[in-house]
Ligand binder design. Sequence first.
Ligand code: ADP
Ligand code: NA
Length: 338
Amino acid sequence: TAIPRVLSGIQPTADSFHLGNYLGALRQWVALQNSHQAFYCVVDLHAITVEHDPETLRRRTRVAAAQLLAMGLDPERATVFVQSQVPEHAELAWILGCITGFGEAGRMTQFKDKSSKQGTAGTTVGLFTYPILQAADILLYTPAPGPGERVFHVPVGEDQRQHLELTRTLAQRFNHRFGETFVPPEAYIPEAAAKITDLQEPTAKMSKSASSPQGIIDVLEEPGPMRKKIMRAVTDTGTDVRFDEENKAGIANLLRIYSALEGVPIADLERRYEGSGYGQFKKDLAALVLDTFTPIRERTLKLLADQEQLDRVLAEGAARAGAVARGTMEVVRDRVGF
Ligand code: ADP
Ligand code: NA
């Protein structure tokens, strides 16, 4: 029986991934490589939908890829690649754009959010068509329909649901117009994927764009500052380490992080810290975060020290992804009439 495929991408838009990215997405990527045929890409084409600096993009693309490998993605098991190195992504996006309604694309709420922040002058057509490129990213790797239908999972967060719905619509529309080509992908929203909030504003999402430096924990951060941030995380005036999202959002967030990193239920942690106050709890959490990220940081720096080797790994990933993508495009081009 065929192994299900999984495809996911992440933007190289920061000098480090953060704790939210790790617990909400990247840790699942690593787990899925064992049960799935996995394709993971650093989506640099998506990163230029807002104004960017070329050297910064080049650096961040490498740092992003190095972190993925350092977190445990094994290039022997998972295909790790850079999106722009597989030109079929852009080609399929064009074709899908030509079967997408203007109004349909205009209904994407993420575009409405982002464009309202950018203002009219800063909003590009690329930002508008972003979900169509995302559809292409996914559909290039859908298996050919046939006997023993393979389930196709795309790990997405809640905020990506609408884009995945568009992807499914476009797959079905293409199939309807031009013949069975794509298997509409299914969402995979891992239950365990914790929503991590800002350490200083614990009701807001931890985010590279919205969080202050004190509110966000970067995977590549130095141990000293990392520990300090956790010790200084906003809590409440109480002393009980108890999960209460409404009245104790800060402690609830720290409990979520602790539980996800150690793999123990929150109730166990509440019992463990009964009567011990916030200080000891934070200290132990800081040690746990450091234990998780220090080896990742060290491996990342090592990978970045040998650029040639890193580029070789990425070129191999792009070659493997490209072989699949070209196979899909051969069919697509023929169906469309090229
Ligand atoms: P950011 O919100 O910092 O801009 P992205 O939007 O690039 O991060 O998200 C990349 C991945 O990380 C997505 O799968 C997203 O769901 C996940 N993610 C981002 N922030 C968090 C968070 N605070 N908690 C859980 N998952 C998150
Ligand atoms: Na975001």
